[in-house]
Design a protein around this ligand. Structure first.
Ligand SMILES: [Zn+2]
Length: 421
């Protein structure tokens, strides 16, 4: 009923490509050169004839425009495509010049920050992690931590910061992507922080910031299952329940940078207390802290011996696996609430795919066949094909990779966006 996906591309096969594979339905204001560049990057390698077909331009235009891109140092020729017959020279393909630009993607977190340095083709050059200081911190401290983290990645890549064209940052909170302002974040001790200005002043590199679920959705759009689907939703279950939505190959960001707070949609009037202070939120039945809260009672833990949420979740899972009925009931109930949440998403957006992501996906009770069939039962389908659901068990670096997509998008626009054809 569902597929579990892991990152399986072997980079020794040549570039796999990154970015959305489908062109948007709405004719885009992107100049032709950018469309060509993005087509080549998405496919890893492409021959001029493929470009001509895909973009809908003449062979002559393709030759002129690709010559421009080669002269600009953004594309290069490779003997990369398998020949179709046994005779003649293999057709010349084009690929992105990886070292034309570099970007760093950062995921800030309350326990470990992570960073990925990628080239212009989207391939990982280096990565790093750094334990984060506990609690809310000043902007100064956060910048200091980012400094150390980026330095670790740059050292591994043997590259100075001056060769990095942009940095993308994903973090939880209410974030205005357009202005680079953090209205509120659990990591910061002040509100309305202008990260963009402070980052540029300190590092001399532009930063692009977004909330972490949006960054994860970009990771799916650029590197994951979302590459070949124009409309999909990503639902994450971790400390909270988050959601990202891609419509027509673009991240839907809403009007106020709040992100799509699926976790705080109400599933029960006067229900369980959510950490947001309201009652009956989906998160209050599904998030780590909610399950850990129930686990403490069900497993008869001594409340005087505090256990971390993660440790409690692991115990709960092991207990459920070994047949503890109370532990199973907690997961089963959480699963039913997940079904309600997912069916609401389907009902509202009719996505082509829902990707379930986040660390909790290791707890397979949350995506058992019962959960998915309950989800279908709660959805009006009228005999239509039910919405596909995929589970993604990515490693921790996927968030930082999504943040590289934020930066790659901006750097591509800067390099090619204003060069109108
Ligand atoms: Zn809430």
């Amino acid at each position: 009923m569902y597929d579990v996906i892991t990152d399986q591309h072997d980079e020794s096969d040549g570039p796999a490509g990154c970015g959305p594979l489908l062109s948007t339905d709405t004719p885009d204001a992107k100049p032709l050169r950018q469309q060509i560049f993005e087509h080549v990057r998405a496919h890893g390698r492409a021959a001029r004839a493929d470009i001509t077909r895909a973009i809908g331009i003449s062979a002559g235009s393709a030759t002129t425009l690709t010559a421009d891109l080669i002269a600009a140092g953004l594309l290069r020729e490779v003997d990369g495509l398998p020949r179709e017959t046994g005779r003649g020279r293999p057709p010349v393909a084009l690929e992105v010049v990886p070292e034309a630009r570099h970007v760093i993607g950062i995921k800030l977190s309350d326990d470990t920050h992570s960073a990925v340095l990628t080239d212009f083709a989207g391939c990982i050059v280096a990565s790093a992690t750094l334990p984060s200081s506990p609690g809310r911190k000043s902007l100064e401290t956060l910048l200091e931590e980012m400094d150390v983290l980026m330095d670790l990645a740059l050292k591994e890549a043997k590259m100075p910061l001056s060769e990095v064209s942009a940095v993308g940052v994903g973090m939880s909170g209410i974030i205005d992507h357009n202005t680079g302002t953090i209205a509120w974040s659990p990591f910061l001790n002040t509100s309305d922080v202008d990260l963009r200005t402070a980052f540029l002043a300190r590092f001399g590199v532009p930063v692009h910031v977004d909330n972490d679920t949006n960054v994860l959705s970009l990771a799916e759009l650029w590197f994951g299952a979302g590459r070949s689907i124009s409309d999909f939703a990503v639902v994450t279950i971790e400390n909270g329940v988050g959601m990202g939505l891609v419509l027509d190959n673009r991240l839907f960001r809403g009007a106020r940078g709040m992100g799509l707070e699926l976790g705080h949609t109400k599933v029960q009037l006067d229900g369980a207390l959510c950490r947001c202070g309201q009652r009956g939120c989906l998160e209050a039945y599904l998030a780590d802290y909610a399950l850990a809260r129930e686990a403490a009672t069900a497993l008869d833990r001594n409340p005087r011996i505090p256990q971390s949420t993660n440790a409690m979740m692991d115990t709960l899972f092991t207990q459920a696996k070994s047949g503890n009925e109370a532990a199973r009931t907690i997961f089963r109930r959480a699963g039913r609430y997940l079904s309600v949440g997912l069916s609401n998403v389907i009902q509202l957006f009719d996505p082509g795919l829902i990707i379930l992501s986040g660390e909790r996906m290791q707890y397979d009770y949350l995506y058992s066949n019962e959960v998915l069939s309950e989800m279908q039962k709660l959805t009006l389908s009228d005999g239509r094909t039910p919405c596909k659901v995929e589970i993604h068990a990515w490693g921790g670096m996927i968030w930082a990779r999504g943040a590289t997509a934020l930066a790659l998008e901006a750097v591509t626009d800067a390099a090619l966006g204003e060069a109108r054809a």
